[in-house]
Design a protein around this ligand. Structure first.
Ligand code: NAD
Ligand code: ZN
Length: 358
């Protein structure tokens, strides 16, 4: 069993990573020395069909109810958020009740925001079911979307614990594995060259991942994220490094229309771009051809789809909530594992963007 400890100024909590991790949830709740009046599981249709009854059966000594929301981004709307709160009120959840988020990053973000705001905050536990959620379930950012911007309404609110049950990942579609694995590579590139090298050497297909490989890279990725969040929980400084690849990635997602290109696949194109910019600006020494060859082997598309206009992508990057006064700032690498923040001029941004179309 892998166990990681996350320590932030507002809360310390464990992350359990193993097959049958949820088998330990009941005893975790009993040992927590807190009375648990009721448990509300929030999940989506896909994940609910697959794993809800298993989770409910594992909590037989508690008063458990559930609420099922639409799959993916459709869950992160005001309407669904409101309906979750209504359900929680109808079910008379109180300050001693727990919310459990069973699903990928979308369910985790929604359920976490419900927990953060219901009666000014009740405890919640993340039970992530995607590889991507190794990133989203840890660190305490919870949010829903506004029609004018993604993740615009949210809070910093840490969970009581994270239970990563590797058995739940077995049903994950390949496209979702690819999306999540991009964030794993990101953690290696920004903080840990030897981890990046391990990934590059050992992961040659996302279809044949073993439990040992998955638990190793989830644990290492979570440790890297945990170390950053420990230093900068509210994103005033180094937490911004986690946005590596996201400046262009978010612009691609928004311009293509959410759901057309998965988050991680858009971020992967953004990382290729950020590495190119780094080579131009910081003289980063990195073998791009080798990197791109590996990504192609893993099934990533590493060019910007031709139907996306570079000028519109630039305009989107200027709207990013991290951009200040219309200037686009990027996370670049001086070396693998050594990130920095840099504001770049439009000419360079567009010039390097052109290289991503072929
Ligand atoms: P997701 O939650 O939308 O899940 C992707 C799809 O996979 C959904 O259709 C879901 O039903 C399905 N699915 C989930 N688990 C499954 C399983 N085990 N088997 C079969 N199908 C399964 O997507 P995601 O990629 O996990 O998360 C993306 C979301 O995370 C975005 O909304 C993004 O904004 C957010 N995010 C948040 C943070 C953060 O720090 N809070 C960080 C990164 C991403
Ligand atoms: Zn991301």
């Amino acid at each position: 069993m892998e166990k990681v400890h996350i320590s932030t100024p507002s809360k310390d909590y464990p992350v359990f990573i193993e097959k049958e991790a949820i088998g330990q949830l009941e005893s975790f709740l009993k040992d927590s020395n807190r009375e648990v009046s009721k448990i509300l599981i929030i999940t989506d249709y896909n994940v609910g069909d697959l794993y809800l009854s298993k989770l409910e059966n594992s909590l037989s000594s508690f008063d458990v109810t559930h609420y099922v929301v639409p799959n993916g981004e459709e869950a992160k709307t005001f309407e669904i958020y409101y309906s979750c709160l209504s359900y929680a009120l109808e079910q008379k959840l109180d300050r001693k009740s727990y919310i459990l988020a069973l699903g990928g990053g979308a369910v985790g973000d929604l359920a976490g925001f419900v927990a953060a705001t219901y009666m000014r905050g009740i405890p919640f536990i993340q039970i992530p079911t995607t590889i991507l959620a190794h990133d989203s379930a840890v660190g305490g950012k919870v949010a829903i979307n506004h029609p004018l911007g993604k993740n615009m309404i949210g809070a910093f609110y840490q969970p009581e614990a994270v239970f990563f049950d590797l058995n739940f990942l077995k049903s994950l579609p390949l496209v979702e594995k690819r999306s999540g694995f991009a964030e794993v590579i990101k953690h290696g590139l920004i903080q840990d060259f030897s981890f990046y090298e391990w990934l590059n050497k050992n992961i040659t297909s996302l279809e044949t991942l073993t439990d040992e490989q998955i638990s190793f890279f989830l644990k290492t990725g979570i440790n890297i994220k945990g170390a950053i969040v420990k230093e900068d929980e509210k994103e005033n400084g180094i937490r911004r490094f986690l946005n590596f690849g996201h400046t262009l990635g978010h612009a691609i997602e928004a311009e293509a229309g959410y759901g057309k290109i998965s988050h991680g696949e858009a971020v992967m194109i953004g990382m290729v771009y950020a590495l190119q910019l780094s080579k131009a600006v910081t003289n980063l020494s990195f073998n791009m051809d080798h990197f791109k060859g590996w990504l192609s082997e893993l099934g990533y598309q590493i060019t910007v789809p031709s139907y996306l206009d570079p000028k519109k992508l630039l305009a989107r990057m200027k709207q990013d909530k991290k951009s200040i006064k219309q200037k686009v700032t990027f996370v670049l690498l001086e070396e693998i594992g050594q990130p920095m923040i840099k504001e770049l001029c439009d000419e360079l941004i567009l010039e390097e963007l052109e290289h991503l179309y072929t």
